[in-house]
Structures are given as C-alpha cells and as structure tokens.
Ligand binder design. Structure first.
Ligand code: GFB
Length: 313
C-alpha cells in the first residue's frame, strides 16, 4: 500500500471506519475514497458494483456493518442478519470482479461458540453453538469471513479478515437502548452525575467478563495487517486482558466522577459469560495494543464532553 493508493473505507462514519480514516490520514495516505450510506447503499448490489466499476479502488477496508449492543442484536435480529449479509456479499463480490489489490473484512469476537474455551484461538471457530442474543450477527460475520477465505482459496485473491474484540472510543454510539455497554454506562454515569441521581442501573449480574480494545488501537492493527499480512486464516485483534462488567462500571464511575450507587438489573440478559481473544497470532506478527482500559475510557470521556452536541444517541 503506498501513500497514493486509492483506499475505500466502507463505513467511514462509524466507530471503526472513522478511526481507520484518522489513522490512514495520520500516516500520510491521501487518496481515500469515502461514501456515506446516503450516497452509496451497500445493501444494493447494482449500486455497489457500479461504484467499484467507476472508482476502481486499490484497497478496501470493509468496516461497514449494522452493529449494536446486546439488546439491539437481540431485538433487530432479522435486520442484523440480512443487512450484514448483503453488505458483505456485495462488497466482497464486487471487489473480486473489479480486481483490487487487497480487501480487509472486519468480523467480531461473537463468531466464537458461547461456551468456547478461553482465551479463544482462531481455530475454535465453529466448534459449538453460538450465544443466542447475537446469533444473527455472528452468523453474518462468519459468512463474511468465509467469503474472504473461500474467494482467496478459489480465486487466489488477497482478501483477509480480522476479528476484533469489543470496541469503544471516540465517535461511538451512546444510545441507551441500542449501544454497547461501555458508551451506555459512560452516558448513564455522566447524566446521573449531572442530575445528581442516587443510583445508576447496570444491566445483568455484572459477572460477565469482556475484553475492550480502544478503537484507535484497532485501526492501527488493521493498517498493520493491510501492510503486513496476506494469508487466508483470519486474525483475532484484542488486548489479551479482560474485566468483569462490574469492574468496568466501577472504572467508568471513577473516571466520570460519579459518587452515587450502582444497582444491577438482572431482568436484562448477561449474554455470553466470557469472551477473551487469544491474540498470539497477531502478537507473533509484531503488533500489540498500546492503550490501557483506564486511559481509553479517559480519552473517550474527554471526547464525549467536548462533543456533547454531536454525539450519536
Ligand atoms: O456491550 P454489550 O451490549 O455486548 O454488553 P456483548 C456487554 C455486557 O454488558 C452484557 C452488560 O453482559 C450486558 O448485559 N451491560 C450492563 C450493558 N449494562 C449495560 C448497558 O447499559 N448497555 C449494554 N449494552 N450492556 C455484543 C454483541 O455482545 O458484543 C454484538 O451483541 C457484538 O454482536 C459486540 O459482537 C462486540 O459483549 O454482550
């Protein structure tokens, strides 16, 4: 990938896509191809194929997806399956038809079985049943990585996949019903502090364990993989560390400076009990995450405070 390469970042307005754009720009890449979903609906096959025929990108980061937290995944099940399958199939097939240099597909750690041995190695894929709350999204992401793997296998094209763990950071979605746990709790603690509410409600038991990666670290890893990795096997991207939701809540509470109480709403689902990636494949390639959870939460909260007027909620 050279600095003049034409790079299509699909999903550039989202958490991941916007971080990829920041990282590419910071590294001096100037020829970025960006389309909002208003201008190019990636669910429409003809529109996607016309776009590739006309623009002929050299590289594609496929970060466009319908995403959300545990409740959104569990509520909009048909949309999560259909929209993600369409986006992946259209972009990957057009990328093949129009002969680009390389494509990187973004999956998710929820592709692994619900009761997967921990930490989860890449070869544990499809060794057990999935977590029911996000099965549609996981099935779509498994289909996407299998598209890349099998296009690579059958056609010899350089389509690779990365499986990130739970992500957070600037430009996240802070919607209380549909977002992921970290932005949801940040907003809840912030609003409780401002409104002097005595309690903040955390969903579930607080016992599940999760791994959180700061999105700029992810973007750095993705650009690293685009430059240095060209194999069919997908690669986990995470920190290798995990925390309980209770510990996460306490960390966010302290960064925000909220002094009230936490209560747990056990009528809400916990989801998968534990989800820690084995990141030795990526570490063996020479990449490691840099941002600690506390530091990442502090950066995200600073951004949240500065951008309260334009936050997605
Ligand atoms: O981040 P989250 O929605 O997704 O929830 P998953 C993680 C844990 O935090 C669950 C708890 O145990 C939630 O019950 N939690 C506590 C909360 N309070 C809250 C809250 O206010 N909001 C939310 N959202 N959770 C997602 C998948 O699973 O992970 C997606 O649904 C995707 O498909 C993503 O893979 C990375 O980690 O459970």
């Amino acid at each position: 990938m050279d600095l003049q390469s034409k790079i299509f970042v699909a999903g550039h307005n989202g958490l991941v896509g916007s971080a990829i754009v920041r990282t590419l720009k910071a590294q001096g890449y100037t020829n970025l191809l960006l389309r909002s979903s208003k201008d190019l609906d990636l669910r429409q096959q003809q529109a996607v194929d016309d776009f590739f025929a006309q623009e002929k990108p050299d590289y594609v980061f496929l970060a466009a997806a319908k995403v959300g937290g545990i409740q959104a995944n569990n509520t909009y099940r048909a949309e999560f399956l259909y929209e993600n399958l369409m986006i992946e199939a259209n972009v990957i097939h057009s990328a093949y038809r129009h002969q680009l240099q390389k494509l990187l597909f973004l999956g998710s750690s929820c592709i692994y079985p619900k009761l997967c041995p921990q930490p989860m190695r890449e070869e544990y894929l499809l060794t057990g049943f999935l977590e029911p709350t996000n099965e549609p999204y996981a099935i779509a992401k498994i289909a996407g990585l299998k598209l890349c793997e099998n296009y690579y296998r059958q056609y010899g094209v350089n389509f690779i996949s990365a499986m990130p763990t739970n992500l957070y950071g600037i430009n996240d979605n802070f919607d209380l019903a549909n977002s992921h746990v970290l932005p949801a709790l940040m907003r809840k603690f912030h609003e409780a502090k401002v409104n002097q509410s005595p309690t903040v409600t955390v969903w579930g038991t607080g016992e599940p364990l999760r791994e959180f990666l700061y999105v700029d670290d992810l973007a750095d890893a993705l650009v690293f993989l685009m430059k240095n990795y060209a194999q069919m096997e997908f690669v986990n991207v995470g920190t290798g560390d995990e925390v309980s939701i209770r510990e996460l809540a306490l960390t966010i509470k302290s960064v925000v400076g909220y002094t009230g109480e936490i209560e747990f709403d056990t009528s809400k689902p916990d989801g998968t009990p534990r989800k820690l990636l084995d990141v030795s494949r990526l570490q063996d390639l020479g990449w490691q995450a840099q941002t600690s959870l506390k530091e990442g939460i502090e950066k995200t909260y600073a951004w949240f405070l500065e951008n309260s007027d334009r936050i997605r909620r």
